[in-house]
Ligand binder design. Structure first.
Ligand SMILES: C[S@@+](CC[C@H](N)C(=O)[O-])C[C@H]1O[C@@H](n2cnc3c(N)ncnc32)[C@H](O)[C@@H]1O
Length: 228
């Protein structure tokens, strides 16, 4: 059973009884997504001049990261491909109860948000500007069983925390994440745990500790830089 909860910035999140965990920080879902994924990941690469960006999301959940990514690049001259994996989809009826379109002043775009949740393995393609597209795919599938191929610029690493899904924060799975990134790609996540950062370094990432969202001193950005 999932229940909708409210976080400190007023935005909703979901509490999963299965995992006994919430999908976002209790200090605020929207502020967490903005700091960790939008600013440290997406905007970091846009500022570097990328005009075509492929994102992999580990854990689609409420779809907030995908929706805020869409709103951030709307009207921009870039192409964005967004692949997200989720084994336990919340479904469109629950998505319709979430207050993200209202709080993000994006009621006009609410149907895009709902369409992300619409079908199993949904594919949504929408124009950002005259020649640029936002292509979204949701794979209802176990992200642990995928072989991704080195095709992504950014990984939004948004699994449940190390105390809940410990193996995802260790070398074996992080090697898969490293392999899924293109050269100069980045993985961003809310977690700043020492053992996690050591595991990232062990698989070859260059690790940066950045100021975290409200309620967390630090977050992590890991870069795939191939040096010879
Ligand atoms: C922290 S939440 C993700 C929050 C999400 N990014 C958002 O914007 O709401 C983690 C998500 O990973 C999903 N998940 C956990 N284990 C999984 C697995 N092995 N394969 C696919 N999804 C999984 C959970 O169902 C949950 O939705």
């Amino acid at each position: 059973m999932n229940s909708i909860i409210q976080t400190a910035d007023g935005s909703h999140s979901i509490h999963s009884e299965n995992f006994n965990a919430s999908y976002h920080s209790s200090h605020g879902s929207i502020q967490e997504t903005k700091t960790v994924f939008i600013d440290a990941g997406l905007n970091y690469l846009i500022e570097k001049g990328l005009e075509s960006i492929n994102i992999l999301e580990i854990g689609f959940g409420t779809g907030l990261n995908a929706f805020m990514t869409y709103l951030e690049v709307k009207n921009r001259q870039i192409d964005l491909e967004y692949d997200s994996f989720e084994l336990y989809p919340i479904g469109v009826e629950t998505a319709q109860k979430l207050n993200y379109p209202q709080l993000l002043n994006a009621v006009a775009d609410k149907d895009i948000f709902y369409s992300f949740h619409n079908n199993a393995n949904s594919y949504v393609s929408t124009a950002l500007s005259e020649n640029h597209q936002f292509n979204f795919r949701l794979f209802i599938s176990d992200f642990e069983c995928q072989n991704f191929g080195a095709s992504y610029d950014i990984i939004y690493f948004d699994a449940f925390a190390p105390n809940i899904q410990p193996h995802l924060w260790q070398e074996l799975f992080l090697q898969k994440m490293y392999d899924a990134l293109k050269e100069d790609g980045v993985l961003v996540t809310y977690c700043a745990q020492g053992a996690f950062k050591r595991a990232l370094k062990a698989v070859g990432f260059k690790v940066e500790a950045l100021p975290g969202p409200i309620g967390k001193r630090e977050m992590t950005r890991a870069l795939k830089q191939i040096t010879f």
